[in-house]
Design a protein around this ligand. Structure first.
Ligand SMILES: Cc1cc2nc3c(=O)[nH]c(=O)nc-3n(C[C@H](O)[C@H](O)[C@H](O)COP(=O)(O)OP(=O)(O)OC[C@H]3O[C@@H](n4cnc5c(N)ncnc54)[C@H](O)[C@@H]3O)c2cc1C
Length: 512
């Protein structure tokens, strides 16, 4: 077996999390290697879209247009399912939650192109079969197309999905719950003899009719969306079932026909599927996101019992981890920086678990009391502050990391707002300042004391002086992941602001 030394970071898995991590690591000047067990990019239909705060992050990197251009349609109306009710965010100005109708296979293609252009090596058809670590390095055993080999790296990140062999090898517990429920979704073609009535009911002459919308039977839930003149219909079923499915194994058409037959007693004679997918709901979170030189991210670290949130969480794990690994590998990280990856992203994951489990409670009840709960919840959402709050929760936009000194300013720990800025060089914005994924001290009040203090970190922290109407702070120290590490209150005295800035710079970016 060959041993080839010595990578900075080996990323295991080329899903959305692993690819995003590799791209962000390159921005930080790190040389990652991505190992992916499958030999081809997968085309199993998984997520139908990308939503949440990661879209803001991609915009802050100047990359959002690529993802928008890869979508077949425009941005969808901002209405989101939430545990059997709908969050209708259409009326909100600058709502916190956005989504793109970008199927996962296309998302992965865009990310793949991005890592290729950044010069990342992705080895497909190379499965990691074991991982170990000591004080100096982590070692992975790999089964490649030409046999087995061994690699070492300073760090290994398991972005290897919910069954994560890396998490298992590292002995990280993954406690939680699997809900005994299987959902199947199919876009299929109906035969010429079928009739879609004006009300959306679908009739198969001689066999029976499936009602438009949702039908509940004692075997499960049936959903139908069909329109007259269109031979393609969407079928959806939910059944209580405890089978463990592998999300990467595609579902056959017969499986959804069997399911409809069990739920409704009618086997639909449909054919030529356009999309077939099955999803199950689990609420699990790894106890640790880091064990020494081994880290986990994405589905390897968490599974949520609702759709639409997992990729957002995984890609944001990657963004949080990348700049910290880059700082450690660059020899300029303060003690404990890598540990904040666990602290911050475990907290963010716990918030996503909180609302997705609340969705389970809202969705799974089918008696009058549950109907009443949904009705009350929907009523509360008529109030704009409640709606905005739920939108932010759904997007993961409200996560405020528990950074030191978080009590000094309400923005500390939060994702930086995209302030429009006027600088001596012209108009810009916080989003534009984040393209390079470098830390920025943004001086919004001509604070020479703070600019001078930050000068000692000029090799690693950019300083930008700008004006912004209604400035929320005299200065913001923004991390590469766009979260605010530190802020000076408006007109804060130099006596307190400068020393506390120096402390924050040391805490986050190391001694000058
Ligand atoms: C039907 C369905 C619908 C979904 N809808 C949504 C949705 O609407 N929104 C949403 O956000 N999420 C959705 N999800 C969830 C989403 O697909 C996952 O959250 C996402 O794929 C996780 O990304 P990841 O990169 O963390 O892991 P994965 O995508 O699972 O990628 C892990 C990669 O690691 C590789 N790997 C595993 N073991 C090894 C090894 N030993 N060596 C090398 N490589 C290895 C795997 O082959 C895989 O490519 C859906 C899932 C399903 C099944």
């Amino acid at each position: 077996m060959n041993t080839v030394d010595n990578w900075d970071v080996i990323v295991v898995g080329a899903g959305p999390t692993g690819l995003m991590l590799a791209a962000e690591l390159r921005l930080g000047g790190v040389r990652p290697l991505v190992l992916e067990r499958k030999s081809e990019r997968r085309d199993t239909p998984k997520a139908g879209g990308l939503g949440g705060q990661v879209l803001e992050l991609l915009r802050y990197r100047g990359l959002l247009d690529r993802f928008v251009n890869a979508c077949k349609g425009p941005m969808p109306e901002p209405k989101f399912p939430f545990g059997g009710v709908h969050l209708d965010l259409t009326g909100l100005q600058d709502g916190p939650m956005h989504a793109l109708p970008l199927p996962q296979a296309k998302l992965e293609k865009v990310l793949d192109e991005r890592v290729e252009e950044l010069g990342v090596e992705v080895r497909r058809g190379h499965e990691v079969t074991g991982v170990s670590q000591d004080d100096d390095a982590a070692t992975v055993d790999v089964q490649g197309p030409d046999g087995t080999y061994r690699l070492t790296a300073r760090y290994v990140v398991g972005a290897d999905g919910a069954r994560s062999p890396i998490r298992e090898s590292a002995g990280i517990a993954f406690p939680g719950t699997a809900y005994p429920e299987v959902n199947r979704l199919a876009q299929v073609t109906v035969p010429d003899t079928a009739v879609v009535h004006a009300n959306g009911d679908l009739e198969f002459p001689g066999l029976g009719t499936i009602a438009a919308g949702f039908t509940r039977t004692d075997r499960g839930l049936m959903g139908l969306a069909a329109s007259p003149g269109n031979q393609v219909v969407s079928l959806y079923t939910t059944e209580d079932e405890l089978t463990e499915y592998d999300d990467d194994v595609p579902m056959a058409l017969e499986e959804v026909q069997d399911s409809v037959e069990r739920v409704l007693g009618l086997r639909p004679p449909v054919h030529t599927p356009l999309r077939l997918s099955r999803f199950t709901f689990k609420a699990r979170q790894a106890e640790r996101y880091r064990k020494g030189r081994i880290m986990i991210a994405g589905d390897a670290a968490h599974q949520f019992p609702a759709t639409g949130v997992a990729i957002n969480a995984g890609m944001l794990d990657a963004v949080n981890l990348a700049w910290k690994l880059a700082a450690v590998l660059g020899g300029r990280a303060p003690e404990g920086l890598l540990e904040t990856y666990h602290d911050e992203r475990h907290l963010a994951g716990a918030r996503t678990l909180l609302h997705t489990q609340a969705q389970v409670a809202l969705r799974r009840g089918h008696d009058e009391a549950a109907d009443a709960l949904r009705a009350v919840f929907q009523e509360l959402l008529a109030d704009e502050p409640a709606l905005r709050r739920m939108g932010a929760l759904l997007a993961g936009a409200d996560v405020r990391y528990p950074v030191p000194g978080a009590d000094r300013h309400p923005l500390t720990g939060a994702f930086s707002p995209d302030l429009p800025l006027r600088t001596a060089a012209g108009a810009t914005s916080v989003a534009e300042l984040m393209h390079a994924a470098r830390p920025v001290l943004l001086d919004l009040a001509g604070r020479s004391d703070l600019v001078e203090a930050a000068g000692k970190w000029a090799d690693r922290v950019d300083v930008v002086t700008a004006e912004s109407d209604g400035r929320p702070a005299d200065a913001l120290l923004i991390r590469p992941d766009a979260h605010i590490a530190w802020a000076a209150t408006v007109n804060e005295s130099a006596d307190t602001a400068a020393p506390s800035l120096e402390q924050a710079l040391t805490d986050w970016f190391g001694a000058p």
